[in-house]
Design a protein around this ligand. Structure first.
Ligand code: SF4
Length: 416
């Protein structure tokens, strides 16, 4: 049997898509060793120009190192860069998102192929095992209807569309039966779940919570405008992770307008204060250095960050993405200035995270993900990392900690 290796770039949704493709292989052998592989499926990301160049560099490296291996490009990059890489004979085949579930027949192609498919499809595969993971990412939706001016994703993932509730619930039942207790709901714009199928995130969450074995549910990322009263009613539920990732992207209303975002600072601060008042840790996405972010705008924006009850951040330095509205905008920000702003921003959140952990050293529930030789690692309900000393092998276990010691970058504890 021919051996297939998967190389995954990008987000949790891509991680899930790789699991879908792995689970669909019937007449091929899955290998975790790239050098053993006859075929290498590159599940690519195209969110920034940088992501494109990482994928291209990887493909060039494989072509040099394993000239006999056939490279198949999948993922978001297949929709943005696939044609070019195929015509340049850098890859043997290209398959679009909608072709993932046909991977077993597609890989049988004897001649080079370009099967880009459409951006309307939604998978129905139920992934029964999550190879190499102790937490299960569950893809509940695909695509996005927002039009953020810096973002290419809607053009490579299509419009927002939801997996059926049955599909998601069956998915979680299977994985819960196989021992998973924590589930991370993921997608391109997760918070838009249900709009097209007369459901909602809150309705789905209530049904998920009834599945035997579900201990904790996390939500990949939400847009501030998607957090409604129905959802807020669930915040105190014991199975809800006490951490939400709410993508603000900026705190200056001028920049939110330039970025064509749907949120505003006035609403955002109100929402975040309401959620943190019941003990939640809150993460966000934030882009610094977007065109038109002059020094005055920045000074106001960073002052506003100080006012927000944030504890975690994915801070990105703006990276031009060909094909987006922002890419043709003037008043670009110099790289060194963007870098300085990134540093300023992350330093503030690091301090806020430290203070939050100082206040939350008891009543921590941790899913231990890995570890050995008496040292184990996992995340608590606030999505803070912890290192646990124990003479027992804790891997894959849930442990309760009431005496965490707070260090600069993580918590530590002893479990006997
Ligand atoms: S919400 Fe905005 S940033 Fe997120 S995927 Fe959609 S368009 Fe891109």
């Amino acid at each position: 049997m021919k051996k297939v290796y998967f190389k995954t770039f990008g987000c949790r949704t891509n991680q899930f898509d790789t699991q879908v493709m792995m689970s669909r292989l019937k007449d091929f052998e899955l290998t975790m060793s790239e050098s053993d592989a006859d075929m290498i499926v590159v599940n690519s990301c195209t969110v920034t120009n940088g992501a494109d160049s990482s994928v291209r560099a990887y493909i060039n490296r494989v072509n040099r190192r394993s000239p006999d291996a056939k490279i198949v490009l999948a993922g978001c990059g297949s929709h943005s860069k696939g044609e070019g890489l195929f015509e340049a004979k850098k890859v043997f085949g290209v398959m679009g998102h909608s072709e993932k579930e046909n991977i077993n027949s597609i890989l049988k192609n004897k001649t080079p192929f370009y099967e880009i498919g459409d951006l309307k499809h939604i998978d129905s595969t139920i992934v029964e095992r999550f190879i190499g993971k102790s937490r299960a990412f569950i893809k509940i939706q695909e695509g996005c209807d927002f039009e953020c001016s810096y973002c290419i994703i809607p053009s490579v993932r299509g419009n927002a569309r939801s997996h059926s509730e049955d599909n998601v619930l069956t998915q979680i039942e299977k994985l819960a039966t196989n021992g998973f207790g924590e589930f991370i709901l993921t997608g391109t714009n997760v918070g838009s779940y249900g709009k097209d199928i007369n459901s909602s995130m809150a309705k789905l969450l209530k049904k998920i919570s009834l599945i035997r074995g579900v201990r904790r549910v996390r939500i990949g990322s939400l847009e501030p405008v998607q957090i409604d009263d129905e959802f807020k009613e669930l915040l105190k539920e014991p199975w809800m992770a006490k951490h939400l990732h709410i993508a603000l992207q900026h705190t200056s209303d001028k920049m939110l307008e330039v970025m064509n975002r749907r949120n505003s600072f006035k609403d955002d601060i109100e929402l975040l204060q309401e959620i943190s008042s019941i003990g939640y840790a809150i993460g966000t996405d934030y882009i610094v250095g977007h065109p038109q972010e002059d020094e005055d705008v920045w000074r106001e924006a960073i002052k506003r960050v100080e006012m927000l009850p944030l504890t975690h951040i994915h801070a990105f330095t703006y990276s031009k993405r060909d094909g987006t509205i922002s890419a043709s905008m003037k008043d670009e920000v110099r790289g060194d200035i963007a870098k300085r702003r990134h540093k300023e921003l992350t330093a503030i959140i690091k301090e806020k995270n430290f203070l939050f952990r100082k206040k939350n050293t008891k009543g921590l529930d941790i899913l231990v993900e890995n570890g050995k030789d008496g040292l184990y690692y996992g995340y608590d309900q606030h999505f803070n990392k912890i290192e646990i000393k124990s003479s027992d092998d804790l891997s894959g276990n849930w442990v309760h900690i009431d005496n965490a010691v707070v260090e600069e970058d993580k918590n530590v504890a002893i479990f006997e």
